[in-house]
Design a protein around this ligand. Structure first.
Ligand code: ADP
Length: 376
């Protein structure tokens, strides 16, 4: 598992170290491309500089809000997303043990409190780690980090607002069958390829930084707006963050690995390399071309693993022209070294988007229309 740390930087924290107040020091440091970063390097935002408006989603740490940020002394307000850190209730749900005479056992009680504290600390650490990771990126196809608020009761990560919501949901809401509703502007093949291109651009950037995302998927991409001119951005760095915990693949006792997005080599021995993201990208591309279908529809994770190990791959989405499917399929080559680079994928997509033979492709209607195949 530690192989990956080479690529993503190394996170250190020491629970035995204490700060000046005698509290455990939870400040993670992160070695990123030779630079050591701590949360002190992150831009700070004061609670009073934020105006919280409305909840827009639920993240791993708590509710995500939209709102406004106005830096003290400035006049313009900026629309932002505010991710809050609220320790989950089940974190504190530690069973109380009683002695034989039914009185609480003080040692057990102390241990219980320590467990709660540890759970809280680990939450704060994850939260800060994600902020440090996000703060390192500056690219139009990666959600922009603005700052953190770290006051006693206000722990926020503030990022640019992407009001179009997540890509998977957008795709599902805009399926051709739904599009008959005249209020919806139909999404064309070119629009879909543009989304794939946007994500590829973000991935080229990450690839050049030798950063492995590990969880490229439609659900983890957000759209700037739903209308024309929408830009797709990579948003969720939860998996890259969780690598720093030994138990990163388990949450609440459940395996949390995105099996259906993972390449054969990661399924076998948990190794992640720079070509891991290329495979996941291919699956994401398939999600886009099927308007947000579940990959390997109807198969469980286990069945998918068996299927993929035996050489099985996702089939061509009906609306997908052959050259596009060929590019998609090349992401799923068993040998990671023969998968394309993101640069290659981006360049190919740029050509496809301008090629009438691609964007005016009409799926042949033989028997049942192929375009209906994988929608579920
Ligand atoms: P986590 O990684 O902590 O699980 P996410 O980043 O996936 O949280 O956020 C959860 C949800 O909140 C997303 O699915 C999305 O709907 C919303 N959200 C998160 N960040 C933004 C943003 N920058 N702009 C708009 N909505 C966002």
């Amino acid at each position: 598992e530690n192989v990956n740390l080479l690529h993503n930087g190394i996170l250190n924290y020491d629970l035995t170290s204490r700060n000046r107040n005698g509290n455990v020091d939870i400040n993670p440091t992160y070695d990123f491309n030779g630079r050591t970063l701590t949360t002190n390097d992150l831009p700070r935002i004061l609670r009073d500089e934020l105006r919280i408006q409305k909840s827009i989603g639920e993240g791993a740490f708590g509710v995500v809000y939209r709102g406004y940020y106005k830096k003290t002394g400035e006049t313009t307000e900026m629309r932002v997303a505010i991710k809050t850190l609220e320790p989950k209730k089940d974190m504190t749900n530690v069973e109380v043990k009683f002695d034989d005479d039914n009185t609480p056992n003080p040692e057990v009680e102390i241990e219980k409190i320590q467990r709660i504290k540890r759970a809280e600390l680990s939450c704060i650490r994850d939260f800060l780690t994600e902020a440090i990771i996000m703060s390192q990126f500056n690219h139009p196809n990666i959600v922009k980090f603005i700052g953190i608020t770290f006051e006693k009761n206000y722990r926020f990560i503030v990022t640019e607002l992407l009001s179009g919501g997540d890509l998977k949901e957008f795709l599902r809401k805009n399926r051709p069958s739904v599009q008959q509703n005249h209020k919806i502007i139909p999404i064309k093949l070119k629009d879909l390829l543009k989304m794939a291109l946007d994500i590829a651009k973000g991935c080229v950037y990450l690839e050049n930084l030798h950063f492995i995302h590990r969880d490229i998927a439609a659900r983890n991409c957000l759209l700037s707006t739903t209308g024309r001119g929408r830009v797709t951005k990579i948003a969720d760095f939860g998996m890259s963050r969780d690598v720093y915990r030994n138990e990163y693949y388990r949450k609440d006792g459940q395996a949390m690995l995105p099996i259906k997005w993972m390449p054969t080599e990661s399924l076998i021995d948990g190794v992640f390399n720079s070509k891991t993201d290329v495979w996941s990208y291919g699956i994401t591309f398939w999600e886009i071309m099927t308007f947000g279908s579940m990959p390997y529809t109807g198969m469980t994770n286990k069945e998918t693993m068996n299927y993929v190990m035996r050489g099985g791959r996702l089939s061509r989405p009906g609306i997908c022209p052959e050259p596009v499917y060929k590019l998609m399929g090349s992401c799923w080559k068993t040998n990671p070294q023969t998968r394309p680079t993101f640069e290659y994928i981006r360049n190919k997509l740029r050509l496809f988007i301008q090629d009438p033979a691609i964007i005016d492709f009409k799926p042949p209607v033989i028997g049942r229309p192929a375009a209906q195949l994988p929608y579920r």
